[in-house]
Design a protein around this ligand. Sequence first.
Ligand code: C2E
Ligand code: MG
Ligand code: MG
Ligand code: MG
Length: 291
Amino acid sequence: CAKDLGCSTFQFYTQEMNSVSLQRLILETHLRKAFEKEEFFLHYQPQIDCVTNRIIGLEALARWNNPELGLVSPGSFIPLAEETGLIIALDRWVLATVCKQLEAWQAAGIPLVRVAVNLSARHFLKANLNKTIQQIRSRGAAARDHLDLEITEGMLMENAEEVVSVLGMLQETGVNISIDDFGTGYSSLSYLTRLPFHTLKIDRSFISQSGDNVESASVVTAIIALAHSLGKEVVAEGVETSTQLQFLKENGCRVIQGYLFSRPLPEDKIRELLREGRIPGAVEPVREHGR
Ligand code: C2E
Ligand code: MG
Ligand code: MG
Ligand code: MG
């Protein structure tokens, strides 16, 4: 009967709710212990100058391997780390690990490139940021001169005045500042001109649609033109096809990050690539003119 049906639907619903919140609780419990158990590690994704095909930078991306849960995707643990505030500790761990890695590469005679670290919006509370800035200042020049801090565009609008001053403080440490996922937020042009930063990273969603969506293609060319007119570097994120690469090249975007060149890789693979200086096999066959 309808009553029974309602009842069982309700039961099903609450059971489902319980299992979702239970799963979340399990994930959170493991996440809290992940630091002491040293379950985090980093992958690095190359950024390529598509004119010379040289590796000019890397992005450090957090990975979490838990013995019970297996490899958990950043799409699930980063939002949870944000909610619980654990992201501050995670970002600091990434920052420290990248600094140590840069020092180790330097000691091994490996040519250094800049390495990007993602900073959560939570760092924009001054108390959190001061400690992070001290952490950067306490490192040697090898690390400081090669750090690139990525801040998502979304967070820029949340506390405009504070963001201007915080980015200023970061810039004084000598690090590169990149605005990540650009095009998805709503920063105004006048605001953008007041912000201290070096690089705009075009969000992957526009790149992936640039082939079959005129609007996305227009957004991409507009961002490239904007970056250039502001005297900033522009990086295209999530480039997967040679058509996308060709489009970006034709429109003057020089730095490319995406699966077409390389997925994020473990340190030993990256070390080999840095020794080589370029990505083997990613070079598009050059079409000679007049043929
Ligand atoms: P993000 O900072 O925008 O990083 C780029 C993401 O795009 C990475 O996903 C990368 O693997 C992926 N990607 C790069 N090229 C391609 C491509 O050609 N195709 C496709 N489909 N994907 C591509 P990942 O590693 O899963 O990280 C997802 C997000 O999690 C990052 O987006 C970043 O917002 C966040 N994240 C990762 N590590 C950290 C961290 O240490 N701290 C903070 N605060 N956030 C992090
Ligand atoms: Mg990023
Ligand atoms: Mg991004
Ligand atoms: Mg992203």
